[in-house]
Design a binder for this molecule. Structure first.
Ligand code: MF3
Ligand code: CO
Length: 267
């Protein structure tokens, strides 16, 4: 069952999406060698609560954090811990905020200090693939058009697409129908209709697509232990172009980079 949202509901998903975006903007200010992932988690939780929201992942089927922390080979669902970030790491922070009964979901993968150019390229391509997926998310098209856009772009660049995890619908629940895979054939799957709210979230590996889930049942890493990147937006399907409800602008302001990834000119 795919819920089409009313205007009032869309406004609530929009507000939750803005809060999760601002939360990741706060997290961005702390990304540096020596900072523990637990510290990032605390920053996010306090910011969400101070702004009237609640951290939707915390306690979700027992998940122990406000953020899913994705260091290097961690694909998704990593736990915040006393691990201190190191120069050359990448770290994804995936966050869901609930505000007034509705959810917003976003993820950004950060470079910590100087990162190997091959890995930086993985970040760039994965982020760009998210926008390729969004561009395909038009009313009248199908989920498979989004999936195919992400997959084609990433595989052309030489990367592999994780199969086991997908994007999803979002609203009152953080995970609603439909599933939004990052691979698949054009023209298949559920029809996209105006007033659907969905999350697109490519999880893209530098090496092979294979993953391993740890014995805790959550933490997911690449089998070959090569890096994996993850970016996510919550979007609204409209009669025209999709509307991106989350934004990376707070993150990119905090990092001092323009949305295109170029350094902001010094005054
Ligand atoms: N943010 C994740 C997603 O994109 C969900 C987190 S799973 C949780 O679907 F269990 F940690 F909440
Ligand atoms: Co999500």
């Amino acid at each position: 069952m795919i819920y089409l949202k009313t205007e009032e509901e869309i406004e609530k998903v929009r507000a939750a999406s803005d809060l999760v975006s601002r939360t990741l903007g706060e997290v961005a200010k702390w990304i540096a060698p020596g900072v523990t992932t637990q510290k990032l988690d605390t920053i996010a939780r306090e910011f969400i609560c101070d702004n009237g929201g609640s951290p939707a992942c915390l306690g979700y089927h027992g998940f122990p954090g406000t953020l899913c922390i994705e260091v290097n080979e961690t694909v998704v669902h990593g736990f915040p811990s006393n691990y201190a970030l190191r120069e050359g790491d990448i770290v994804g922070t995936d966050c869901v905020v609930e505000l007034n009964g509705y959810n917003g979901d976003s993820c950004y993968t950060f470079a910590v200090g100087e990162v190997d150019p091959k890995t930086l390229r993985l970040l760039e391509v994965t982020k760009e693939s998210l926008y390729k997926g969004i561009a395909a998310a038009k009313a009248g098209k199908r989920i498979g058009d989004i999936s195919n856009a992400v997959q084609t772009f990433c595989e052309k660049a030489g990367y592999s697409v994780v199969r086991e995890m997908c994007g999803h619908g979002i609203g009152r629940s953080m995970h609603e129908s439909p599933e939004v895979p990052n691979y698949g054939r054009r023209g298949i799957g559920p029809l996209l209709k105006p007033n659907m709210t969905i999350c697109i979230e490519p999880m893209i590996n530098l090496g092979s697509k294979n993953i391993v889930i740890e014995r805790d049942g959550w933490q997911c890493r690449t089998k070959d232990r090569k890096p994996s990147a993850h970016f996510e937006h919550t979007i609204l399907i409209t009669e025209h172009e999709p509307e991106i409800l989350t934004t990376f602008k707070y993150i990119e302001e905090a990092l001092g980079i323009s949305p295109e990834g170029a350094p902001v000119a010094e005054e």
